[in-house]
Design a protein around this ligand. Structure first.
Ligand code: UDP
Length: 244
C-alpha cells in the first residue's frame, strides 16, 4: 500500500508524519559530514503561501500537515546549529507518470475512473481549485535549487500557479480520454482547502524557474501511463474514501 495520500494518512498516521524520518536524515548527515547539501521535499504543505493561514493541528490530516511543518523547523534548526547546508522546496499538487494509482489523489482517481468508464467522484461541489504541476517541471525546479548558491536555503514554493476547479479537471480528462463517465458527487473531506495556488515569485526570481508544461500536455502523458498500467492489469481500484 502506498504510504502517500489519504489511505496512508488515515490508516498509518504515525508513519506519514515526516518528523521521525527527517530526524534520522539530519542526525546522520550532520554528524558525519558538515557540508552536505540535502533537500526536504514537502508535498502539499498546507499553509504559508496563502493570504489566509488555516492551521488545524488536531484534524484527521494533521499528522501529515504538522509533520511537514515540524520537519521544516528541524531542518532550519540543524542548519543554524550544525551549519548544515539545506535546501527546502515546498511542492504543490504534482502529477505525472508513475503516480500510484491507488493513492487517492484527484488526478490519478479521475484518469483511472475515466479510462474504465466508471463514475468520476467529485468531492463537494467541484468548485474547489488546485494548480497542477507536471512532474518534469518539478524535477527541473529541484535541480535548479540543488545547484543554487549555498546561502539559498528556501523555503521556495514550486508548483504551477494556473488554477483549475475539480470540475474543469474532470471535464478535461473526459475530453482527452473521450470517456463517457458520469460525474458523481460525494461529501467533501474534512478541512479540504477551497483553493491551493502557489506564489512562485521566489522560484522565478532566484532560480529563473517556472512551469512550462500545460495541463493538456501533462494530462496526455499521464493518461498514456495509466492506460499502460490498466492494460497490464496493474490497477485494482481507486481509493475514494472521501468521508474521513
Ligand atoms: N478530489 C475529488 N475526487 C477524488 C479525489 C480528490 O474531488 O476522487 C478533490 C479533493 O477533495 C480536493 C482536490 O480534489 O479538493 C485535490 O485532492 P488531492 O488529494 O489530489 O490534493 P490536495 O487536496 O492535497 O491538494
Amino acid at each position: 500500500m502506498s504510504r502517500h495520500g489519504f489511505t496512508a494518512m488515515y490508516e498509518y498516521p504515525l508513519y506519514v508524519s515526516s518528523c521521525p524520518g527527517a530526524h534520522v536524515i539530519y542526525d546522520t548527515i550532520s554528524r558525519q559530514f558538515c557540508h552536505v547539501v540535502i533537500a526536504v521535499f514537502l508535498p502539499r504543505l498546507n499553509s504559508c503561501v496563502y493570504k489566509k493561514l488555516i492551521i488545524n493541528p488536531i484534524c484527521t490530516r494533521a499528522c501529515y500537515d504538522e509533520g511537514k511543518r515540524c520537519a521544516e523547523t528541524l531542518f532550519f534548526d540543524y542548519h543554524r546549529q550544525h551549519n548544515l547546508d539545506i535546501k527546502v522546496v515546498r511542492i504543490f499538487n504534482t502529477y505525472g507518470p508513475r503516480m500510484h494509482p491507488n493513492d487517492g489523489r484527484v488526478v490519478s482517481n479521475f484518469i483511472v475512473q475515466a479510462l474504465r468508464g466508471e463514475d468520476i467522484t467529485i468531492y463537494g461541489d467541484g468548485q474547489q481549485s488546485r494548480s497542477f504541476c507536471y512532474v518534469d517541471d518539478m524535477i527541473d525546479g529541484f535541480v535548479r535549487m540543488m545547484n543554487s548558491e549555498r546561502g539559498l536555503t528556501g523555503p521556495v514554493n514550486m508548483g504551477n500557479p494556473v488554477e483549475f476547479t475539480m470540475l474543469e479537471l474532470a471535464e478535461n480528462i473526459l475530453r482527452i480520454v473521450a470517456g463517457k463517465s458520469k460525474l458523481t458527487f460525494k461529501p467533501l473531506p474534512a478541512d479540504d482547502p477551497r483553493q491551493r495556488q502557489p506564489d512562485i515569485s521566489q522560484a522565478r526570481s532566484k532560480l529563473n524557474w517556472e512551469p512550462k508544461v500545460s495541463l493538456e500536455d501533462g494530462l496526455k502523458e499521464t493518461i498514456l501511463y495509466f492506460k499502460r498500467l490498466l492494460k497490464n492489469g496493474d490497477v485494482r481500484s481507486v481509493n475514494t474514501r472521501s468521508v474521513l
